[in-house]
Design a protein around this ligand. Structure first.
Ligand SMILES: [Zn+2]
Length: 378
């Protein structure tokens, strides 16, 4: 066990009080028989997870609570209980009186290793963690535009990325195999390339927007792109979007995806969603070892509901010798801040900036994209 692991399992993670409170509020939501109350507690949970400040810092010296938008008296009672005792008898009683204990216990297991926004901010500002700083992060390599299921134009994306101080980024819309997410046809990809060329012409040497694609991994590990089609993009991400609730092992599927010669990044490798699904079950050590050999980067997806990989699994990927990509998976420009969640997990896992492709200068990134094995000699 490394010292980073001990930090993770020690009191510093336990101190993610907003995640604990948010979890109890989610439990309470699922114990309700009224739909309206269920949605109310879900909204309250989401508000707590998204707070910038730990609840413990919000109580005034006089013990008075500030008004938190979306938090009613029922939720306030749960917050008080958790802050005072570390648990919530109110929630436990509600679960007992419902007939949903089994479902709620299952959902609790599916919230493990998720960080609240306040905890993300704390990890980013605590210099005792190794790993990348926000200043070392030079570009985001997974985001979605109006060309698939995102809302911004490619110009909006470039502007927002430059505002964040990035030197480059990649737009990675869904490929045509994922119809549900507005997957982009190859004809549309050709049009998008022209729009991206225009953006780059306007940016000059200040910023470079890459055209990426988030290819879909099918049941057998094949991609929904031919080799020629994949070659049209600057960077190919491969990600699972189906068979995410199966209990059987899918190691072979993930090994096949990593072995695909066009793939540079294995994106949201499990496809888990907090409190909802565990995603792909696989021998991750085997997948990480194969990825490390081929210099395929393993993604830490910063979408707060994904956090995939999280720091616990990422530590294993680090040990296997993997490269990493830390991405927002943004579908709006405000969601570019999701990258900070990925950075926090990388810091908790102790991943050096050197191993994170988003921390490389553009020329090294491009060299790796055109010949990943060039990184194996380092
Ligand atoms: Zn995806």
């Amino acid at each position: 066990m490394t010292s980073a692991d001990m930090a993770v399992q020690g009191p510093r993670i336990y101190a993610d009080v907003n995640a604990v409170v948010g979890g109890y509020l989610r439990d309470l939501a699922f114990a309700q028989s009224s739909q309206q109350k269920m949605f109310g507690y879900k909204r309250a949970a989401a508000a707590i997870f998204a707070l910038d400040t730990p609840l413990t810092d919000l109580v005034g010296a006089d013990g008075v609570w500030p008004q938190i938008p979306g938090i009613g008296p029922g939720s306030t009672r749960v917050i008080r209980e958790v802050l005072e005792t570390g648990a919530s008898p109110t929630v436990e009683q509600a679960i007992e009186q419902s007939d949903r204990r089994a479902d709620i216990e299952r959902r609790r297991q599916l919230r493990r290793h998720f960080l609240s926004r306040a905890e993300v901010r704390r990890v980013l500002s605590d210099p005792s963690f190794g790993g990348p700083t926000i200043e070392q992060y030079l570009g985001d390599l997974q985001m979605h535009s109006e060309w698939s299921d995102g809302s911004p134009t490619v110009q909006d994306i470039a502007d927002a990325c430059r505002q964040r101080g990035y030197q480059y980024s990649a737009v990675t819309d869904h490929s045509y195999g994922l119809k549900i997410a507005g997957g982009m046809s190859m004809a549309e990809a050709t049009e998008q390339r022209k729009a991206i060329d225009d953006v780059n012409a306007r940016c000059g040497n200040q910023f470079r927007l890459l055209q990426g694609i988030e290819a879909n991994i099918d049941a057998t590990g094949e991609l929904d792109l031919t080799d020629d089609e994949a070659a049209a993009f600057d960077v190919v991400l491969a990600a699972p979007h189906s068979r995410l609730r199966r209990s059987e092992d899918q190691t072979d599927r993930m090994l096949a995806a990593v072995a695909h010669p066009a793939v540079r990044i294995l994106a949201h490798p499990r496809g888990r969603i907090t409190g909802s699904r565990a995603g792909v079950i696989a021998n991750w050590d085997a997948v990480f070892t194969a990825a490390a050999e081929r210099c395929v980067a393993i993604e830490i997806d910063g979408d707060p509901s994904r956090q995939d990989l999280d720091h616990s699994l990422a530590a294993g990927a680090l040990e296997a010798g993997c490269l990493f990509a830390l991405d927002s998976d943004a579908h709006t420009t405000t969601q570019l801040s999701f990258t900070e969640t990925a950075l926090a997990h990388a810091r908790l896992a102790g991943i050096p900036a050197e191993r994170i492709v988003n921390c490389w200068p553009l020329d090294r990134l491009l060299a790796w994209l055109s010949n990943p094995l060039s990184e194996r000699r380092r």
